[in-house]
Design a binder for this molecule. Structure first.
Ligand code: ATP
Ligand code: TZP
Ligand code: MG
Ligand code: MG
Length: 256
């Protein structure tokens, strides 16, 4: 973990343009605010390029995609590419339907993404590895390191495959992260908010493997810290305490 990345975010409060799903918008905005970033949720085709151009990072999340949102995602991604702004893709539920699958294919053909972050089922689908998924959830098991490597190679990007162990692959380097807590699997949007935090980390100056590792490691430490509080009795109270913990210093999270 590189604490300088977290400090930079808190100093600069990067504006992250989210084209994300309806389920997680509020949770994501609050989580990113607590972490130190500045969220803007905007999906209209008419403002997609303009909004991306004034942002520091763009997150494309297809969780509740409709056909006419796709062009906004592509316009935002292209505008970000023109300005050298990092774009992160979260292919939520991509294995479930052909709408999602063909949308992700088109996004990846037209937009250069700095990172693709998804659960193992979603990431496996992108590289034709058989895996069990259930809607937006991954329920299978297998070699996630191989999937991360294949994603990084096929799409010339950084892969972040989440799960009990998160795997980051930049092409040259593969890193494992073990921080986290099972409560995260019981909060909808836990993966989506991580996408937002990853995008914020990618707006800093550090090497991409440090940015990605800092995002997942910090996130998992905050989850553990929140879950261990005496006043957390289930996933509902966990989710609010987790948002609180995202604002803490690295040193405070590591103390627990
Ligand atoms: P799914 O819908 O399959 O839950 P997701 O998109 O919510 O997928 P996850 O794979 O659940 O994404 O990852 C979200 C966060 O939860 C990551 O920070 C990851 O490290 C953490 N996480 C996932 N599973 C576990 C687990 N069993 N134990 C600890 N942390 C976990
Ligand atoms: N349905 C469409 S998007 C969504 C659901 C339940 C949220 C998925 O969130 P996450 O973070 O991928 O679990
Ligand atoms: Mg989850
Ligand atoms: Mg997800």
């Amino acid at each position: 973990m590189n604490a300088e990345i977290i400090n930079d975010i808190r100093k600069n409060s990067p504006l992250i343009h989210h084209l994300t799903n309806q389920v997680v918008m509020n949770f994501t905005a609050n989580g990113l605010l607590s972490f130190g970033g500045s969220p803007i949720m905007a999906k209209a085709e008419e403002e997609a390029s303009e909004m991306a151009s004034i942002a520091d990072g763009v997150l494309i999340n297809i969780g509740t995609l409709t056909a006419n949102e796709l062009s906004a995602m592509i316009l935002a991604g292209k505008a970000a590419n023109q300005k050298g702004i990092p774009v992160v893709l979260d292919p939520v539920g991509v294995a479930a339907t052909s709408l999602r699958s063909s949308a992700v294919k088109q996004i990846l053909e037209e937009v250069r993404v700095a990172a693709i972050k998804g659960n193992a089922g979603e990431m496996a689908h992108l590289v034709q590895v058989p895996w069990r998924s259930k809607g937006v959830e991954s329920i299978g098991a297998g070699n996630t390191e191989e999937i991360a490597r294949k994603i990084a190679k096929s799409y010339q990007t950084t892969a972040v495959v989440t799960g009990k162990t998160d795997i980051i692959c930049t092409g040259n380097t593969t890193i494992h992260n073990e921080t986290g807590h099972p409560f995260l699997t019981k909060v909808t949007g836990a993966g989506c908010l991580l996408g937002s935090i990853l995008t914020a980390c990618l707006t800093t100056d550090a090497p991409i493997e440090e940015q990605a590792l800092t995002a997942v490691e910090f996130y998992g430490l905050a989850a553990k810290y929140a879950a261990n509080r005496n006043d957390v009795t289930g996933s509902g109270s966990f989710s609010t305490r987790f948002i609180d913990a995202l604002s803490l210093e690295v040193i405070e999270l590591e103390r627990r």
